[in-house]
Design a protein around this ligand. Structure first.
Ligand code: G3P
Ligand code: MG
Length: 312
């Protein structure tokens, strides 16, 4: 099976919260048995690709290689080259602490966290005392951009810090518009709570609404449904086909790519925009109603069966 390739979404397709869907284990087994090149493509993240690949390998009982794991922030790695020219170049990373380790791994010289700004400038968000765990960010750092790698841990704090961040995060006179990069635009996502959860796109909306004077946020989007993420995903599928199964790279152009996911706005929209076939499952965000997917199936196992039929 070399002429198809699959990108499987994670939350709402393979897992719900900490629980692995049994259909997912069976689907991966079949996909591997049929030698279909595949990757996992998620708008989640907050950790290194290798760690997430290990976590999913353990959960699914089947090895996932680090390059098969595309997190929301994975395609943001090349941005490091733009923000590492000077010793004082810093970027503010939104998300949990492990996001800073990821940024170092990508090559950013001085990734800093909101908590470090708060430690240096507690009046930015006076409603919670800075934690002793974090050192105040050095005063000579110039914040060149904000990178939202994962969900903000404190929307109010981070919206306020964005307003403060500039040439010097504590100096009112230097306040300026910083570019903001978001790793995903999802409004909601699905874990094991019966309600859908607010996702990074909802935070972005709040942040944009928090801008004063009718200013527009200077923003760049990554993750699903962005085309750049699907281009990245396509390369990873092709690499999997070539490295793991020794398929002829000459045949890669004929590959038919499938995006399997639970979120019509993200997984289905993204696959459609990229010219892929899109398969919508009912185990996550989507429950019923209109959709633009190529196919609607119950779960990822049924998606695997449907995709296998398309091979030739
Ligand atoms: O947007 C939140 C994120 O956790 C969704 O993950 O795997 O459904 O793309 P996923
Ligand atoms: Mg999902």
């Amino acid at each position: 099976m070399q002429r198809i390739g699959i990108a499987l979404d994670i939350d709402g397709v393979l897992i719900r919260g900490k629980k692995v869907l049994p259909q997912a284990i069976r689907a991966i087994e079949k996909i591997k048995k049929n030698k279909v090149p595949f990757i996992l493509l998620t708008n989640g993240g907050g950790m290194a690709e290798a760690n997430k690949a290990q976590e999913l390998s353990d959960k699914l009982g089947s090895e996932i290689k680090p390059y098969q794991m595309i997190l929301a922030h994975t395609p943001m790695a090349p941005l490091a080259a733009n923000y590492s020219h000077n010793d004082s170049d810093a970027v503010l990373i939104l998300g949990k602490d492990t996001c800073r380790d990821v940024a170092f791994e990508y090559g950013f010289k001085h990734p800093i966290l909101s908590e470090e700004i708060l430690a240096a400038c507690p009046e930015v968000w006076p409603f919670r005392a800075p934690s002793d765990k974090y050192s105040p960010v050095e005063i000579n750092r110039r914040v060149g951009a904000i990178l939202s790698f994962h969900d903000s841990l404190d929307w109010g704090r981070d919206i306020q810090i964005r307003q403060k961040a500039g040439d010097n995060y504590c100096n009112d006179s230097n306040r300026k518009q910083l570019p903001v990069y978001f790793s995903n635009g999802d409004l909601v996502w699905s874990n094991n709570l019966s309600l859908t959860r607010l996702a990074q796109g909802s935070f972005r909306n709040a942040l944009e609404n928090g801008l004063s004077g009718g200013r527009k946020l200077q923003r760049t989007m990554f993750g699903k449904p962005c085309k750049s993420t699907y281009d990245f995903a396509k390369n990873a599928i092709d690499r999997h086909a070539t490295e793991l199964y020794g398929f002829n790279p000459g045949s890669l152009e004929k590959r038919l790519y499938f995006g399997v996911g639970d979120n019509p706005e993200s997984d289905i929209e993204g696959a459609n925009r990229a010219g892929w076939a899109s398969v919508l499952v009912k185990t996550g965000v989507y429950e019923s109603g209109s959709h633009n997917a190529t196919a609607l199936v119950e779960d990822v196992e049924e998606a695997g069966v449907l995709v296998a039929k398309k091979d030739y």
